[in-house]
Design a protein around this ligand. Sequence first.
Ligand code: R1P
Ligand code: URA
Length: 292
Amino acid sequence: MKKYFASSELIINEDGSVFHLHVKPEWLADKVILVGDPGRVALVASHFEHKECEVESREFRTATGTYKGKRITVVSTGIGCDNIDIVMNELDALANIDFHTREEKPQLRQLEVVRIGTCGGLQPDTPVGTFVCSEKSIGFDGLLNFYAGRNSVCDLPFERAFLNHMGWSGNICAPAPYVIDADTELINRIAQDDMVRGVTIAAGGFFGPQGRELRIPLADPHQNEKIEKFEYDGYRITNFEMESSALAGLSRLMGHKAMTVCMVIANRLIKEANTGYKNTIDTLIKTILDRI
Ligand code: R1P
Ligand code: URA
C-alpha cells in the first residue's frame, strides 16, 4: 500500500510549494549543494551559465541553474542540525512524494547532496584555509536518535569507543552522540589530494558544545583536549561544524548520497582565526561544482 501524507504532516503552500523552502517540485535538480549562509547561494549561483529560478523564505534561499551542462540546485540552510531536518525532509518530499496525490512515488529518486561550509580545525594538519571532507560525522545534536533505523546506519563500535574515551555519564555533556559515514562514492570523487579527509563533530552549538568558554565555565573543561587526542581504528577527529551529522544520517535513512566539505576558518589548537575567507570559499565552491 502506498503511503499517504496528510496536510498536517507534509505542509504544502497554496502555490504548490513546500512549506519552509517555498520550492516547487519541478524546481529541484538531482544534484544539490547546501550552504549555511544565505549569502553563499548567490556566490554559487554566480557560476551558473543559466539560472532557472530563485526563491527565498526565512533563512532558506534556493536557486536552480546549470553549470557546465549539469542541473544543480543550491539551498541555504542557516545554522544548525534542526534546519537540516527541515531542509532534507522537504527536499526528499519534493523528490519522492507526489504533491497532487500526497502519496509516496513508486521509484526512489536519489539526490546527490554536498554541503559546503566553514569549520574549526582541531589538528596540526588542519590549519586555517584547509578543506576538510567529513568521512565520518559525530552528531552531538541528537537528531538521528528520533528516527527508526538509527542503529542500522550508525557506526556503533565507534560511538562506544568515543563515549568511553570522553568519560561522559549522566547529564554531563549528554548529546547521545551518533556516528555516521558520508557516502563513500561521493567522498572518493570529491575528496582529492587538495582536501583532508577526517572525522567531524557536528555540535549543537558554536560555544559550549565546541569547547569555547566565554563567561560561563564548561561542564567538562577538558572536552577539547580529549577530543583532539581521541584515536580509533586509524581515525582522528579533525574539525567542528554544526550540520554534517544530520545531513549524512538523514540521507542514509532516505536513500540519498551526501557528504560535507568545510573550509577551516579557525584552528582551535593554535588559536588562530580568519574572517576574510570569501575568495578561498569561492575556490572551494568552484571545485565542488566541477566534481559534483
Ligand atoms: C557557525 O558559524 C556556522 O558555520 C558553519 C557551522 O556549521 C555553522 O553553521 O557552517 P556554515 O559556514 O555553512 O554556516
Ligand atoms: N564553524 C563552526 O561551527 N565552528 C568553528 O569553529 C568555525 C566555523
